[in-house]
Ligand binder design. Structure first.
Ligand code: 13P
Ligand code: SF4
Length: 332
């Protein structure tokens, strides 16, 4: 199981780490990676730091220096559980903000402060206030892929891994779900009887997949199991065998061990899961997330050396945003 499992004992020798990533890093290039990896492993010990890495991080981050890997939900849960002094979030900015919200007394670092997200960019706190005025009394469910200011205007947060449960937990027949239009539409299909008011935000990685892409994959790779993320358009989800969060997709491969699988999502996802299941054939219709790809080993090293870039939260919104995230974490 990939989500929230401690991954790399800091003592693992470098040749064992290389064995994990040898399919992705040519042996001639490994010494350059190894220098940063050794430095990061020793900086983590010196500074009592942990690295939380999202499933879309490249294999040389995911399989060598990360302490905890997972989807957005697992990373939020693990951020609460850690007793480290410093959390380095190898992922995008909203993930680091969520970790800081849940750990106001810890230092949270993001190796590149410009690692954003098209969904987080798609909506402002003022937009949410306007929606509330338009639909008085209707609860607002906000995807974690948003700024702290937007979370602060919300009743509760959700991730792709718990959206259905979060909506059902409210016990109402109408909710506003933002900003991901496709996640909202895909979740609406799972909760008949609950009306979901949507916002037109999209993930720039998943909105580009089409139903035709899935049909082509099936034609070219007979028997393939097609897994998609619920940020993809509903017509793409309709063509798939399974839709779920990045951790759900990894768990599907671990549980079902399909002979052939297509993870229709960000490109590093297949690379990372394939390391764990070498007997499974991975077909790779994928798109790169330019924001996730801003995080590199040299930047992680620099973040630990210089304690940069420290994530801070506007105190005016911190308490209300934290309440929305904590309400989500309480839903089981
Ligand atoms: P998960 O929570 O499924 O990992 O998704 C996060 C994300 O950014 C997907 O694009
Ligand atoms: Fe945002 Fe999409 Fe990138 Fe995830 S994959 S961080 S939702 S842009």
């Amino acid at each position: 199981m990939l989500s929230a499992a401690p991954l790399v004992p800091a003592t693992l020798p470098l040749p064992d780490l290389y064995a994990r990533v040898s399919r992705h890093i040519p042996s001639q290039e490994w010494p350059i990676f190894a220098q940063d990896i050794e430095a990061i492993l020793s900086l983590k010990r010196e500074r009592n730091a942990v690295i939380l890495a999202h499933n879309y991080q490249t294999p040389e981050i995911f399989h060598t220096v990360a302490d905890i890997v997972g989807d957005s939900l697992a990373l939020a849960r693990e951020a609460v559980a850690t007793d480290a002094d410093i959390i380095v979030l190898a992922g995008v900015h909203f993930m680091a903000e969520t970790a800081k919200l849940l750990n106001p007394d810890k230092t949270v670092l993001i190796p590149d402060a410009d690692a954003g997200c098209s969904l987080a960019e798609s909506i402002t706190a003022e937009d949410v206030r306007r929606l509330r005025a338009r639909y008085p009394g209707v609860p607002v469910v906000t995807y974690v892929n948003t700024s702290t200011a937007v979370k602060a205007e919300s009743d509760i947060c959700c991730t792709s891994g718990n959206a259905k449960k979060v909506i059902e937990s409210l016990g109402v027949n109408r909710v506003i779900m933002l900003p991901d239009e496709f996640l909202a539409q895909n979740t609406a299909a799972q909760v008949p009887g609950i009306e979901i008011i949507t916002w037109a935000g999209h993930c720039e990685v998943h909105e580009r997949f089409s139903a035709e892409d899935i049909r082509e994959v099936r034609e070219s790779y007979p028997g393939v199991a097609v897994l998609v993320h619920p940020e993809a358009p509903p017509e793409v989800v309709a063509e798939a065998d399974f839709a779920g969060s990045t951790a759900d997709m990894a768990n599907f491969v671990g549980d079902k061990r399909p002979a052939r699988v297509a993870l229709v999502t960000e490109c590093s996802m297949s690379d990372n899961v394939a390391v764990q299941y070498p007997e499974v054939e991975f077909v790779r219709p994928c798109n790169l997330c330019p924001h996730m790809k801003r995080i590199t080993l040299p930047k992680i090293r620099r973040a630990l050396e210089r304690r940069e870039h420290e994530v801070t939260i506007d105190p005016a919104v911190a308490e209300r945003a934290r309440a929305a995230v904590e309400r989500m974490l309480a839903v089981r």
